[in-house]
Design a protein around this ligand. Structure first.
Ligand code: CP
Ligand code: NVA
Length: 314
């Protein structure tokens, strides 16, 4: 596998390798400090980022390379140069490219035309690097045995939901998405594909529309912002109303299992998708989760530039 374009492309063995190496990079970030010596990694973002950008720049530095940050309108792509031509040029200079943008198809096209690894740093469809950080944090808490546990995402059926469902499916977990019905539920194609992957790995996917039912006895309650980057402001009020019952409150946390944790990809809006007392409370693992954005992105770049990921067969 040359690229990490979609979470669903990873095999279970890939995820195991990526998490294991990330664990090493968490202990000592400098163990592979010559990997990118005298090399550059491009980071191209058409949406804002705090964690993904900082994590990637830091990861590249730890691997001995130099990050080159490019904002959306920095490239000639904004003036009509094609994605294919851009891919060829970036491939001549850089050892890898992490991209954050809107359309998944743009990222797929970059991957198809670049000769270097292309990494999806978030699209409207998916957020694969986030899912790896999430699962490393989950494993640090509960170990790698997912049997008898329920891993619940609550809120908008968005890019983070795709990553959550696909990664849980790859790892054979029982994953749940609790969302409103209708336009903020996860896409049917995403749910169908995640279900296929889950059944192959001994896991299962469930989509629920009742937050309390979802939260009951859960090991993880996970949420994300209600308004994602690029969402139309005109829908805000309608969306907030629909999502309000899925806010992670203390009451919801109390329905979850006694050892449950709260997770959030961040940025967070206290008092909207999560109560301040939950996200800042004793069960929240958000800072460790954010820390692992660097360790996992470092692992992804390390293994991709060495050509060590297999990809899934489908
Ligand atoms: N979680 C995440 O992707 O954060 P940023 O948008 O700050 O990169
Ligand atoms: N769903 C959010 C995730 C941010 C990390 C967004 O796309 O804005």
């Amino acid at each position: 596998m040359k690229d990490l374009l979609r979470t669903e492309h990873l095999s279970r063995a890939d995820v195991e390798l990526l998490l294991s190496t990330a664990t090493e990079f968490a202990k000592d970030p400098t163990t592979a400090a010559n990997t990118l010596a005298h090399k550059t990694v491009a980071i191209y973002m058409s949406k804002p980022s705090t964690r993904t950008r900082l994590a990637t720049e830091t990861a590249v530095a730890h691997l001995g390379g130099t990050p080159v940050f490019l904002r959306g309108d920095d490239l000639q792509i904004g003036r009509g140069e094609t994605i294919a031509d851009t891919a060829r040029i970036v491939s001549q200079f850089c050892s890898a490219l992490l991209i954050r943008t809107f359309a998944q198809s743009d990222v797929d096209e970059l991957g198809a035309n670049a000769t270097i690894p292309v990494i999806n740093g978030l699209t409207d469809y998916d957020h694969p690097t986030q899912a790896l950080a999430d699962w490393l944090t989950i494993r640090e808490t509960f170990g790698s045995d997912v049997s008898g546990r329920k891993f619940v995402y609550l809120g908008d059926g968005n890019n983070v939901t795709t990553a959550w469902l696909m990664m849980g499916a790859i790892l054979g977990a029982h994953v749940v998405a609790a969302t409103p019905e209708g336009k903020w539920a996860p896409n049917k194609e995403v749910v169908d594909l995640a279900s296929t992957i889950a059944s192959r790995n001994g896991g299962s996917i469930e989509v629920l529309h009742d937050a309390r039912v979802a939260a009951k006895e859960a090991s993880v309650l996970y949420t994300d912002v209600w308004m994602s980057m690029g969402d139309p402001e005109s829908e805000r009020r309608e969306k907030e109303k629909a999502l309000a019952p899925f806010a992670v409150t203390e009451e919801l946390m109390n329905l979850a299992s006694k050892d449950s944790i709260f997770m959030h990809c961040l940025p967070a809006h206290r008092g909207e998708e999560v109560a301040a007392s939950v996200i800042d409370g004793p069960r929240s693992v958000i800072w460790r989760e954010a820390f692992h954005r660097r360790t996992t992105i470092q692992s992804i770049i390390y293994h991709l530039v060495r050509g060590e990921l297999q990809g899934s067969s489908k």
